[in-house]
Design a binder for this molecule. Structure first.
Ligand SMILES: *Cc1c(COP(=O)(O)O)cnc(C)c1O
Length: 463
């Protein structure tokens, strides 16, 4: 498979190069040159095997130039081995025609494990082949950093350094980053905000001598390999409810648009999805963009579903590229408008094209809490606040003729304060990590300064 940039002005790459590069040099995001399709018969047969078998069938067309078949099967097996549920992404009924897709059985209790665990194994295989050594640096407000540390801990040829804002992540998130004992894991607590961390990360990538010296690499949400890994569970869940004969809807709690864009790829691969519903919290830029065609940034308001507190939704650019008939110049132009003027108007044709398959809704803080309470009363399920946002929007968009699958993006124990406030119940951690609060922590505090952070990374790397 060849990959092209959404801004049309970067080299065309194979899968391995796309995964290692992350962001395209023209500032765009890499997407597959063509989307492969599965026949209805291939889709129907996915229910005959395991999650891992389905993962191989769905992802193989994207990676065939980089791995051998057996090698890729082993990568998948290793990636999902550490999950706490044998079916990996179980589906649970929550109401008439309403289903929850539980994506929180991975090692850090959020859906990001599906992609990050796979990427860890793929990086390891590729690096072993080339003898290269890299340093993965990420900035996190919580879930991505813990997922990256879990995925890369103890792997050869990789150091992983995660910057997070000191005092501004939840205790579970911090402990997931600070308790792994492997020498290649480094949790760096920056005396600043998440935006400071992200800015330092960007500046580090622009510092070419530093970048080359440490072999800097990124696994942030714009990496194509992350989108790819998330396509799989759209297939397995829809097939469990009768696809391809029966159509389904998905409702997806959304921030950076990575997870729901994976659903769009599944649809284009041939999965009969009727509607992809974007669910946002009070940071509703995507809901406004879909309803009005105006994409305008505002200020971020912290919410009880913090993993969706975003101002700019980076993966939305991939959908725009398709909606603008893959015209990279047009995308480059609106992205320049976004930078210069804080927003842009989606062309009428592109807006219409998007609305053929997408719908959206936004949920307030009170509605989120009320949905957590109601879900416990009606269905005896404790859900995390992100999932509650999805369930609330799914009710508004429910089509009695079609099943709706809402993605449960995190385990309730990852956000215990919001769940307890809504229900009076403090959700316990799963048994396999019940001792998280007892393990000793290892964090390095660092001042809010690029040079200081770069020095620390040089010093921390295992040589
Ligand atoms: C990252 C995250 C989201 C948002 O996913 P995107 O791919 O950024 O849209 C939603 N819920 C949880 C729990 C997350 O960690």
């Amino acid at each position: 498979m060849r990959y092209v940039s959404t801004r049309g002005n970067s080299p065309v790459l194979n899968f391995q190069e796309t995964m290692l590069t992350g962001l395209a040099p023209d500032g765009g995001l890499y997407v597959p040159e063509t989307v492969p399709t599965l026949t209805p018969d291939q889709i129907a047969r996915l229910h005959l095997g395991s999650y891992e078998d389905a993962a191989f069938t769905v992802m193989w067309p994207f990676v065939g130039d980089t791995f051998e078949e057996d090698e890729f099967r082993e990568i998948i097996a290793n990636a999902y081995d550490g999950f706490g549920h044998v079916s990996r992404a179980p589906l649970k009924q929550i109401d008439d025609g309403q289903w929850l897709l539980e994506l929180f059985h991975g090692p850090t209790l959020a859906f990001k494990d599906f992609a990050m665990q796979l990427i860890g194994q793929m990086f390891q295989t590729v690096l072993a082949r080339t003898g290269r050594r890299i340093t993965i640096v990420g900035a996190t407000s919580g879930d991505t950093g813990s997922a990256a540390i879990e995925a890369f801990r103890g792997l050869d040829n990789v150091d992983v350094c995660i910057l997070y804002p000191h005092g501004r992540v939840s205790e579970v998130q911090r402990r997931q980053m600070s308790t792994p004992t492997e020498a290649n894991v480094h949790a760096l607590a920056v005396d600043g905000t998440f935006d400071d961390c992200q800015r330092h990360l960007k500046d580090m990538f622009a510092d070419i001598p530093f970048r080359d010296e440490v072999g800097l690499a990124a696994v942030n949400s714009i990496n194509w390999a992350r989108v790819m890994a998330q396509i799989v569970y759209y297939f397995t869940s829809a097939v469990a409810l009768g696809a391809p004969e029966r159509r389904v809807n998905f409702c997806v709690p959304t921030g950076n648009f990575g997870d729901i864009y994976a659903g769009e790829i599944a649809r284009r691969m041939g999965l009969p999805i009727d509607r992809l519903v974007v669910a946002t919290n009070q940071n509703d830029i995507l809901d406004r963009a879909l309803r009005t065609g105006e994409y305008r940034t505002g200020t971020v308001h912290p919410s009880i579903s913090p993993s969706m507190d975003i101002q700019v939704s980076s993966n939305f650019e991939r959908l725009l590229f398709d909606a603008y008939d893959r015209d990279g110049n047009a995308v480059a132009q609106i992205m320049q408008e976004l930078r210069g003027e804080g927003g842009f108007t989606i062309s009428q044709g592109a807006h219409q094209a998007i609305l053929e398959h997408f719908a959206s809704g936004a949920v307030s803080e009170d509605e989120t809490s009320a949905r957590i309470t109601a879900t416990l009363e009606e269905s005896a399920e404790l859900v995390c606040p992100h999932t509650a946002v999805g369930l609330e929007v799914a009710r508004d968009h429910h089509d009695i003729a079609l099943p709706t699958i809402t993605l449960a993006t995190a385990h309730p124990a990852k956000f215990p304060d919001a769940v307890e406030a809504a229900t009076g119940i403090r959700p316990p951690l799963p048994n396999r990590m019940a001792d998280l609060y007892d393990r000793s922590e290892r964090v390095t505090r660092v001042e809010n300064d690029l040079a200081a952070i770069e020095d620390l990374i040089r010093e921390k790397r295992t040589k």
